[in-house]
Design a binder for this molecule. Structure first.
Ligand code: ASP
Length: 437
């Protein structure tokens, strides 16, 4: 058994958290490769070290004094070292980094130093080797991850280390400068490392015990999700149920390695297991989870005999393509076609889009309406359970909510429903109650 474990910022925010992480790793010798985030918030009003680094670098970039700002960052790390009682100093590193800031080594370089330093401390604390992500995570000239190059390199480097700590969030460009992933990117590093060493499991340790079936700000005490497939998670995370960085799924999914989301503060909770596929279906609840998102607009077009007009849809979509607009859904009837688009993508150019679509397909009627919320009801169990759609629509109708759009993917893993933004929360409550309690 071989596990790659990633610890998020809140799990490594101070010495107390480091001790919990140490206990978790020492308890299971298969946890051999560790990916570390920068120290996160210690309490709600605290600032993440990554944000402190961005702020400090912004001062340096303007040529302003960074003494105080940099000192505050040093103190975060020195506090951890002292709290762990380590005989270890980062003073030399601090000097080098400060110098890099003053000489404008780049925003990504600056931001990455939180992971770099925290991983050094963790390696020292655990007695593991430290491997700089800049030496093993490679980006291409165009800023994209060099997936295959990184995989080969990482696999060969890690083969020489029984145990190692690798900083998350960054790698290097072909010219050796540092490049970071987008925010929360340590999840991606963990996934890449798991694939490279062919781990049996990628444990992602954070401050929640996995995914919940619904947003707890809307549904009181929702149940946790014990088991979810990658495909289901994609459907839910697109709607913004973010615990895991979206791109973290791909390397491990490709290698068919499961991810286990765990809680550093409640290590006995089993968390959520994300798997490539499973025969195990929760027939009691049928649905795996639901998620909603506001801020969509519908472009609706009506034209008699539209269905017989070859290339109609293509011409409409070409107008959107020309403006670089992507669409979310495309529910259509015989003489109607609707395109669901994120409002922010078209807000500025609505009239122009309408005019161009008119020119392209001469519709009988055209409108763009805002204020749509989308709700995704996701569950691999839906394929096997008859009447799921009827239960969903019944529950929503009983709550006196008007459904403006329905879209069921042919995979039958999800039903997407459009409602007025103001109805979203009630619709979610009604559906949750129907299926769960
Ligand atoms: N420290 C980085 C951030 O705050 C990356 C991470 O934590 O995954 O976004």
């Amino acid at each position: 058994m071989l596990k790659v474990v990633k610890f998020g910022g809140s799990s490594l925010a101070d010495a107390e958290q480091f001790k919990k992480v140490g206990d978790i790793i020492r308890q299971d010798t298969s946890r051999r490769y560790v990916v570390a985030s920068a120290p996160g918030k210690r309490h709600a009003q605290d600032t993440k070290v990554t944000d402190m680094l961005y702020q400090c670098y912004a001062l340096a970039a303007k040529g302003q004094d960074i003494e105080d700002s940099f000192k505050a960052i040093e103190e975060r790390f020195n506090g951890i070292i002292a709290g762990l009682g380590l005989d270890f100093s980062l003073e030399k590193e601090f000097d080098l980094i400060k110098n890099g800031f003053i000489h404008k080594a780049g925003k990504d370089y600056a931001a990455s130093r939180g992971e770099y330093l925290n991983a050094m401390i963790l390696a020292k604390y655990l007695g593991f080797d430290f491997i700089d992500a800049a030496d093993v995570i490679l980006f291409e000239e165009n800023g994209r991850l060099n997936m295959e190059g990184t995989n080969t390199l990482l696999a060969s480097v890690l083969a020489d280390h029984a145990n190692a700590v690798i900083p998350g969030f960054y790698g290097s460009m072909p010219n050796d400068t540092i490049k970071t992933f987008s925010r929360g990117g340590s999840d991606v590093t963990g996934s890449i490392v798991a694939r490279a060493v062919r781990a049996d499991l990628y444990e992602n340790w954070t401050d929640v015990s996995g995914f919940l079936m619904a947003d707890p700000r809307i549904i009181e005490n929702p149940l946790g999700i014990e088991l979810i497939t990658y495909a289901e998670l994609r459907e839910l995370s697109f709607m913004g149920a973010g615990v895991l960085h979206e791109e973290a799924i791909f390397p491990v999914r490709f290698a068919e390695i499961p991810i286990n989301i765990r809680n550093t503060n409640r290590p006995d909770d089993s968390g959520t297991m994300i798997v490539p596929a499973t025969d195990e279906v929760d027939l009691k609840h049928v649905i795996t989870g639901l998620a909603g998102k506001r801020g969509f607009s519908v472009l609706s077009i009506e034209k008699d005999m539209m269905n017989a007009e070859i290339g109609f849809g293509k011409r409409v979509l070409e107008v959107l393509e020309k403006h670089g607009i992507s669409f979310e859904h495309l529910p259509s009837g015989v003489d109607t076609m609707s395109v669901v688009i994120a409002t922010q993508e078209i807000a500025e150019i609505k009239d122009q889009i309408k005019a161009e679509v008119c020119r392209a397909v001469s519709p009988d009627k055209i409108a763009i309406d805002d204020g749509l919320a989308l709700l995704a009801i996701v569950g691999r169990g839906m394929v096997q359970s008859k009447g799921t759609a009827a239960r969903i629509f019944g529950a929503v109708a009983d709550a006196d909510i008007n459904i403006r759009m329905i879209d069921q993917g042919s995979s039958e893993k999800s039903i997407i429903m459009g409602v007025e933004e103001g109805d979203l929360e009630n619709a979610m409550r009604a559906i949750y109650k129907e299926f769960v309690h």
